[in-house]
Design a protein around this ligand. Structure first.
Ligand SMILES: Nc1ncnc2c1ncn2[C@@H]1O[C@H](COP(=O)(O)OP(=O)(O)OP(=O)(O)O)[C@@H](O)[C@H]1O
Length: 581
């Protein structure tokens, strides 16, 4: 704790206690996010060592409204102290007094039956090093394992587990002495973990013991924040095979403990390798952000590019090994719906308020609020427009003879919800109607899906220029482009051959051709023909992986000194630039 904080400690505590969120802010909740993607934060308690060091609480949560308030102590120009508070709205927030069981019940419990039914469920935990990711994930993994094996979930299933960690571009098997494994895409476009060991536990104890064994193999190196910090992303994949419906796709439950994100001041003592490692981690977290947001928007628009939100969907899952491994979760071409939960872990202490703000800001960016649009009008050919009532009628008329019982297949669901149901779960529900054979149930599933896909394709095809703007990575990378030197224009960011200063980045934004401000038209024409541009410097911002534009630092750069276009995008909420990977 610095001297300034020490001097103003009591005043800080009193101001935090007296903090009242502004009326406007408490109203501005950004709407609810989609039910398929839930974003939560967990504030861990102060540890005994932190209490001993007189640390104070700097984050408070308001669980009823989903807000976390972060309070920083600022020094005003006149030397006096002032409280600077920032509020972040998430789907759920858990305070220091809440247990892992609370987090499990609110965030993870719905993921388990979804994967059991044949769906894809993923939990990500991320945050600053030492913020409680590993602590939370390991407890949530145990609770999920117990639920999976308890025998309460319906149907016959085999459960398999594999666990691996990703360090930079390499993957290591955590159930096989950290032997190297290779992540490859097979001929069907599925991500395969070549040479990974998969265990087949039959009891909760066995499953938990595999999870614990895998954790003991995590690569760790000391950081200034946490002595046993994890420097890798750890992925535990539980695969659930449906023995009742043989051709049903396997359910998948991914539990991902992401490597700690570190801010600049934590990386001062790193050597070159550690700096690279940190950079790789930050890049993969940035890619993950784009993928989670893209997928959530896609789910919300049901994969149809009929509005502006869908136009901006970009899921660059091939840009990092982590998202490549999780291809099932992110690939827009896949036809399986996913449920995703993200747990942003933060420390409660005032000294770490800055990094905690970054973590919560990242979490807020992942939330995709449901648009307050009017529901689409009913159309008999578009299942996603069907209410529960119209769905019930459609099932009764279209499920063949004997008819599938609509109250068993879709007791509460509407059209959108039934289309999202994993195949295994759909078929299992159909089989509960007497005299329905597996072939009958499968044919009925295919009938609904054909209608759903046809309606999606028809709607996407209508506004063709809009749907083509949806960028699955494959399509984006196939676009023919002229050399960047022929496409130079204001606002383009380029990598230049020479650094601005010895320690700065090599990126600059093109502002205008040199001579654009000449009054004399002839002189202007002449100098603009020289292919030299006034450019502004781009420099690294405080937030990991974010960049700023410096209009104070400009210079003229010739085209031949520019190496390549750099794709960056402006992020309005944080007011920073981020690399588009
Ligand atoms: N909710 C909690 N209650 C009590 N102690 C906690 C809680 N969360 C974390 N801790 C403790 O805080 C310390 C750091 O937690 P943990 O190792 O899980 O951090 P981490 O975010 O995984 O760090 P890294 O990224 O560096 O691995 C550990 O001693 C852990 O036991």
């Amino acid at each position: 704790m610095d001297a300034f904080f020490q001097e103003n400690r009591d005043s800080y505590i009193n101001q935090v206690a007296a903090f009242k969120p502004s009326r406007d802010h408490s109203k501005d909740d950004g709407g609810e996010s989609g039910g398929d993607t839930l974003i939560a934060a967990r504030v861990r308690p102060l540890l005994p060592k932190e209490i001993e060091e007189n640390e104070v609480l700097g984050i408070r949560v308001r669980p009823e409204s989903g807000f976390a308030d972060v309070h920083e102590l600022r020094r005003k120009v006149n030397g006096q102290s002032a409280l600077s508070s920032s509020s972040f709205r998430l789907d759920k927030v858990y305070g220091p007094n809440q247990t892992s069981k609370d987090v499990y019940n609110g965030l993870v419990a719905p993921l388990v039956p979804w994967a059991w039914g044949g769906g894809i469920s993923t939990l990500f935990a991320y945050g600053q090093t030492g913020s409680g990711k590993t602590y939370s994930v390991s407890e949530l993994e145990r609770l999920a394992a117990a639920e999976l094996m308890r025998g309460n979930l319906e149907g016959n299933r085999d459960v398999y587990i594999c666990a691996f960690e990703l360090v930079g571009k390499e993957a290591f098997d955590l159930l096989n002495d950290r032997r190297k494994i290779v992540v490859m895409e097979d001929a069907f476009g599925e991500s395969q973990l070549v040479a990974a060991v998969e265990e087949k536990p039959t009891t909760a104890e066995e499953l938990i013991s595999h999870i614990e064994r895998s954790m003991s193999f995590r690569k760790s190196a000391p950081t200034s924040k946490n002595d046993s910090s994890s420097r890798s992303h750890a992925v535990c994949r539980i695969r659930i095979v449906n023995k009742d419906v043989v051709d049903a796709p396997d359910g998948l439950l991914f539990l991902v403990d992401l490597a700690g994100s570190e801010v600049d001041r934590d990386t001062k003592e790193h050597n070159k390798d550690r700096m690279k490692e940190t950079r790789d981690i930050n890049v993969s977290l940035s890619t993950l952000k784009d993928c989670i947001r893209g997928r959530a928007m896609w789910n919300m628009t049901d994969g149809v590019a009929t509005n502006k939100r869908a136009m901006n969907v970009h899921v660059p899952f091939r840009s990092s090994v982590l998202t490549k491994v999780l291809k099932h979760v992110f690939d827009l071409k896949g036809d399986r719906y996913c449920r995703t939960a993200v747990l942003a872990c933060v420390k409660a202490n005032a000294a770490d308020a800055g990094p905690s703000k970054n973590t919560l800001r990242y979490a807020e960016l992942l939330r995709v609020a449901v648009p307050k649009a009017k529901p689409a009008p009913y159309n008999i050919n578009i299942p996603s427009t069907w209410s529960h009532q119209s769905l019930t009628e459609w099932i009764e008329k279209n499920s063949g003879s004997p008819a599938v019982s609509s109250s068993i297949l879709a007791p509460t669901e509407n059209g959108v919800q039934l289309c999202k149901l994993p195949k295994g779960e759909f078929v299992s529900r159909c089989l509960k109607t007497p005299n329905i054979s597996p072939e009958h149930a499968r044919a009925f599933y295919d009938k609904l899906w054909r209608l759903h896909i046809d309606s999606r394709t028809a709607r996407s095809a209508a506004p063709s220029e809009v749907s083509s703007a949806i960028a699955s990575e494959d399509e984006a990378s196939q676009k023919p482009t002229a050399p960047f030197q022929e496409r130079l224009q204001t606002g383009m960011i380029v990598r230049v051959k020479r650094r601005w200063k010895a320690d700065s980045l090599q990126h600059a934004m093109i502002l205008c051709p040199e001579g654009a401000f000449e009054n004399d038209p002839e002189t202007r024409q002449e100098s603009m023909g020289k292919k030299r541009y006034i450019c502004a410097q781009i420099f690294g911002a405080v937030m990991a992986d974010a960049y700023n534009l410096s209009m104070e630092s400009k210079k003229v750069i010739a085209v031949e000194d520019m190496e390549a276009e750099v794709s960056m995008e402006w992020d309005a909420p944080t007011r920073y630039w981020f690399m588009t990977i």
